[in-house]
Design a protein around this ligand. Structure first.
Ligand code: PGA
Length: 259
């Protein structure tokens, strides 16, 4: 199997305020992406800006969203279905981000959304992560339960379109300098653990189909190190994905890391 490229997913959260600003960031990201050899980029803006991305046939920038609902259409005021996203040229959906889980999204809801997104032909980026670490290793049990609960019902035939984003809550927006970021060796250790759990769920032959991302204060300064030493297939980037100066630098540093 050909090794997949690094994947950098920009999670814009509820930013920026105007379509003009959104267009500027998209333009700058696309410009930088043209020179990338080993990296693909996904931009996940708020819904109103999705159509501004206009993914190109052979381009390296894809469009995604930050959430989807599990039904296809109907009387669900305020919701957006995976099928609508697909038909609007969206390819990826972040699901179960900790900021949504904080609003009440449970593992069971995340699993429903994940299954719906995969069935509609989207690539699902399912977020998991502990809120704190302890010396007794309880967080590993927590991660295991959250991961298994978020993937209930996922069919093996969809696993190439399943991505797990490991985002420890304590590392999100916590400090973007290299000295503050999670150590690549710690990211690596947790990645191996997640793979072990995925092997228990789906069987070990399937684990290589599932990509794993790391997210939490990823920056231009630390991205290359995390990709290089974290054993991950890519990064989920919040704040820095909106930064006109730093995001291009971040992409460049990721692209410099051999596959
Ligand atoms: P951050 O956000 O990169 O700003 O820490 C990451 C995320 O919450 O997805």
């Amino acid at each position: 199997m050909q090794k997949k490229k690094h994947l950098v997913v920009g999670n814009w959260k509820m930013n920026p305020l105007s379509p003009d600003e959104a267009k500027r960031i998209i333009r700058s990201t696309k410009k930088e992406a043209k020179g990338l050899k080993r990296t693909e980029v996904v931009i996940c803006p708020p819904y109103p800006f999705l159509s501004l991305i206009k993914p190109e046939k052979k381009g390296k920038v894809f469009a995604g969203v930050q959430d989807v609902f599990w039904q296809t259409s109907g009387t669900f005021t305020g919701e957006v279905s995976p099928e609508m996203i697909r038909q609007s040229d969206g390819k990826f959906a972040i699901i179960g981000h900790s900021e949504r889980r904080k609003l009440g999204e449970t593992d069971a809801i995340v699993a429903k959304k994940t299954n719906a997104a995969l069935s509609a032909g989207l690539t699902a980026i399912v977020c998991v992560g502990e809120s704190s670490r302890d010396n007794t290793g309880d967080y590993l049990e927590y991660l295991k339960k959250q991961l298994a609960g978020s993937l209930v019902g996922v069919k093996k035939r969809f696993l190439t379109e399943l991505i797990i984003a490991y985002e420890p809550l304590w590392a999100i927006s916590s400090g973007y300098a290299l000295s503050q970021a999670m150590k690549p060796s710690d990211v690596h250790e947790t990645t191996l653990y997640l793979k072990k759990i995925l092997a228990e769920i789906f069987g070990k032959d399937w684990v290589s189909s599932i990509r794993i991302l790391y997210g939490g204060s990823v920056s231009a300064e630390n991205a290359g190190f995390i990709i290089g030493g974290g054993g991950v297939d890519g990064l989920l980037v919040g704040r820095e994905s909106l930064d006109l100066k730093n995001f291009p630098l971040l992409l460049k540093s990721v692209d410099a890391v051999p596959l």
